[in-house]
Design a binder for this molecule. Sequence first.
Ligand code: ATP
Ligand code: NCN
Length: 192
Amino acid sequence: MGKKIGILGGTFDPPHIAHLLIAQESLDACELDEVWFMPTNVPPHKQNEDMANSSDRVEMTRLAISDHGKFRLCTVELDRQGPSYSMDTMEILQNQHPNVQFYFIVGGDMAVSLPTWHGIEKLRKQVTFIVTSRPNYPDDYPFEEELISVNIPEMEISSSDIRERVSREENIRYLVPEAVRKYVGENHLYVR
Ligand SMILES: Nc1ncnc2c1ncn2[C@@H]1O[C@H](COP(=O)(O)OP(=O)(O)OP(=O)(O)O)[C@@H](O)[C@H]1O
Ligand SMILES: O=C(O)c1ccc[n+]([C@@H]2O[C@H](COP(=O)([O-])O)[C@@H](O)[C@H]2O)c1
């Protein structure tokens, strides 16, 4: 039987410990072989937002997962111009890995937006969605009968809050892996 791979797409600006936790809990609960962290080039729902450049986001993601034997970096979206639509990405990945069964991991905030995703009808056939709850978002999801809901200890951690903290010169220790904290400091990311 082919491998079961979970895709965790994200802006990862920066990657934080909730990302790592939802990946680990999904890996365990769904008996996945690996989770691939997939930084977006242009996130479809954040097209007008200011963000760190993709090379910094990719490097921080690489650092965040480097000590985990089943977490991998997937850079397939980085060469593409325009918004990184997941449907297009999954078509590429399925062509590259025809025997793999793909799962797409999302937090509760993304799960509620699924009906607005580009080509969602096709994407629903390409992947099984794994949804992990997120504080302050409703947990009645669209397409509930076909997605897998994974319970996680909920954490009110977000990349936007971490960026804010850095800009206020506050500590982000333990919110991000130590190597990411060092990278943010050394590269002066998120300072005003
Ligand atoms: N605290 C969290 N709990 C559950 N899911 C989360 C959490 N933080 C992020 N996710 C999920 O991880 C994926 C990638 O998230 P992303 O890189 O956009 O981080 P973010 O913290 O949501 O960023 P921002 O605050 O800038 O919007 C999304 O599916 C998102 O729902
Ligand atoms: O394809 C879409 O229309 C679409 C809309 C919103 C989000 N996504 C994907 O969902 C993942 C998480 O998005 P974000 O904005 O939280 O980084 C990332 O891989 C995005 O490309 C995809």
